[in-house]
Design a binder for this molecule. Structure first.
Ligand SMILES: NC(=O)c1ccc[n+]([C@@H]2O[C@H](COP(=O)([O-])OP(=O)(O)OC[C@H]3O[C@@H](n4cnc5c(N)ncnc54)[C@H](O)[C@@H]3O)[C@@H](O)[C@H]2O)c1
Ligand SMILES: O=C/C=C/C=C(\O)C(=O)O
Length: 516
């Protein structure tokens, strides 16, 4: 039953149309906002046995460091109840006509569109990102639903005649109940990248956002209710990884896991599910992506674009995008020019114009600072930023890291090897194309790579040798939702997007009919 408390709280949240209004709401409420699980089509009151959680987690606003809400750390028995709700909804949803599923998901995308600004405001407050960045990500969440709602209408299966002996065809059916788990860097964008295809292909799900950024997932429950998604088709539960996430992925009732997050967590999920061979696993994991800057990309006609793309790939969303290019390699002949122009551009565009938000949590901020301290100890050169970074006087309680540009960092330094996942880049020179490829590939990760060159032959020659699931040439984060998205090496397994998402969320059987 949808409690009146959650109704009242939700209507207050929906009524905020500016950041200031949202902040005033947080300040004005006597009891802190407490998020509630959305199970079986309803928000579950905290005292309900379905979410009887002895533990609660407090979430903080990164820009101010102040608490904003609490969320239940859903315990295994309550996780199981949510999974059972998804399982009960599966037979009917999986048989629902595609046109009907499509119409419901289109309605979800329309409702997101109508509430675009409210989602952007809460995402910005909850995650630390700028409001502009949050708007871009809400737009993508809208596209996730509109894309998959139409994709399923155009699917076709080919039949083949084998030697005149048998007619064969692929028959696909929804794979079952999924665990959908997402990280804190692009909360709504990444959670809906999973929910939209999962529901479109006829599966049901229990989704768990990151405990660091759960707010927009809480609002999403209301959207699903209003769009007429049948109860139990999508359940949203809150909690941490060790208690809630682990119980969710390990449950034998779960037929598949679509996970985005860190590589160590991906390994843990593989271990937890190793004995369940048939469980579908799609793991989108970490990255330490290279940006290769060739001398030809620094000629006057394209220099501005080269600097802009390299900077955007480095500092967009505070560097908290798994696809960010944090290891920049520059051809020696233009190295000094690049460092100078890049630093000037980043100072102007990101520091002075304040287009970088705060990083997501105190814990993450401390992690980044430790890398900056290490850089100072190792005598790296700081072209921008410092160690430890200076705190902005006005926002002394927030989790602020100044965009940081480092050179003279050794190849075997942890700063060049580990995923820092913040606004920190290294710049390193290379001598020739072969060395550039070798440096780019010298990583346990293989998610993305950015290639900056005007030489058409090199685009393919180098691009096709990079060990990365996604290679962007003279651009970055350009996305077409049908293309395969995913990483090589320790950056993950499986691909999502268009028909690749269909492979994640469906099972296939090949039927052989005799050619009488
Ligand atoms: N490849 C991609 O598409 C992609 C996209 C965004 C972020 N990431 C990666 O995510 C990381 C940052 O996000 P994060 O710190 O939230 O990652 P994380 O791995 O700590 O957490 C991600 C999610 O997994 C849950 N979780 C943690 N332990 C779990 C367990 N044992 N079982 C099940 N669930 C568990 C968390 O609660 C959270 O919801 C970075 O490594 C980044 O590169 C990858
Ligand atoms: O931080 C990671 C970004 C992932 C992006 C996507 O999954 C996507 O664009 O579909």
């Amino acid at each position: 039953m949808s409690s009146s408390t959650s109704d009242r709280r939700l209507s207050e949240l929906w009524s905020c149309v500016t950041l200031d209004e949202a902040r005033s709401l947080i300040d004005s409420t006597s009891s802190p906002l407490s998020l509630q699980n959305f199970v079986g089509g309803q928000y579950i009151a905290p005292h309900d046995s379905l979410t009887s959680s002895s533990q609660h987690i407090t979430s903080f606003e990164p820009k101010t460091g102040r608490p904003i809400y609490t969320l239940p750390c859903t315990e295994p028995h309550a996780v199981e109840a949510a999974i059972k709700a998804a399982k009960a909804a599966f037979p009917s949803w999986s048989k629902t006509a595609r046109a009907e599923r499509s119409a419901i998901l289109r309605k979800v995308s329309e409702l997101l569109q109508q509430n675009r600004e409210v989602f952007a405001i809460w995402e910005s407050i909850d995650q630390g990102k700028t409001l502009d960045r949050a708007r871009v990500e809400v737009d993508r969440a809208i596209s996730n639903f509109s894309y998959f709602s139409t994709f399923i209408l155009h699917e076709q299966t080919a039949a083949r005649m084998v030697d005149g002996v048998a007619l064969t065809y692929e028959h696909r059916s929804p794979a079952g109940v999924f665990a959908l788990i997402s990280p804190w860097n692009m909360p709504l964008y990444l959670l809906t990248w999973k929910i939209a295809p999962c529901l479109a292909f006829g599966c049901t799900a229990v989704a768990k956002p990151s405990e660091v950024t759960s707010m927009t997932a809480f609002l999403l429950g209301d959207i699903f209710q209003k769009a007429g998604v049948p109860p139990g088709v999508i359940n949203i539960i809150f909690g941490d990884g060790a208690t809630t996430g682990a119980a969710l992925v390990a449950s034998p009732l779960i037929n598949g896991v679509s996970f985005t997050g860190g590589t160590q967590t991906g390994i843990a999920i593989r271990r937890l599910t190793a004995h369940q061979i048939g469980k579908h696993l799609s793991l989108e994991l970490g990255g330490k992506n290279p940006t290769l800057v060739f001398a030809d990309s620094m000629v006057p006609s394209v220099r501005e674009r080269t600097i802009r793309v390299a900077a955007m790939a480095a500092f967009e969303n505070q560097g908290e995008i798994c696809l960010c290019g944090s290891r920049i390699y520059v051809e020696k002949s233009v190295y000094n020019d690049f460092v100078r122009d890049f630093t000037a551009y980043v100072r102007e565009k990101y520091v002075l114009k304040q287009t970088v938000g705060a990083v997501a949590s105190l814990q993450h901020c401390d992690k980044i600072r430790r890398y900056l301290e290490l850089a100072a100890e190792q005598k790296a050169t700081f072209h921008l930023g410092g160690a430890p970074p200076t705190l902005n006087e006005d926002e002394a309680q927030g989790y602020w890291i100044e965009p940081t540009i480092l050179t003279d960092v050794a190849k075997n330094s942890a700063i060049q090897i580990d995923e820092i996942f913040g606004p920190v880049v290294t710049i390193t020179p290379f001598d020739n194309e072969q060395e550039a490829i070798q440096l780019a590939n010298d990583s346990e990760y293989g998610l993305a790579a950015i290639l900056l060159t005007t030489d058409g032959a090199r685009m393919r020659r180098v691009g096709e040798q990079l060990e990365a699931g996604l290679v962007w040439v003279n651009c970055w984060l350009v996305r077409e939702l049908g293309t395969p998205f995913g990483g090589m090496k320790n950056s993950g397994t499986g691909r999502e997007g268009g028909e690749h998402s269909r492979d994640v969320f469906t099972v296939v059987r090949t039927l052989h009919l005799p050619a009488y």
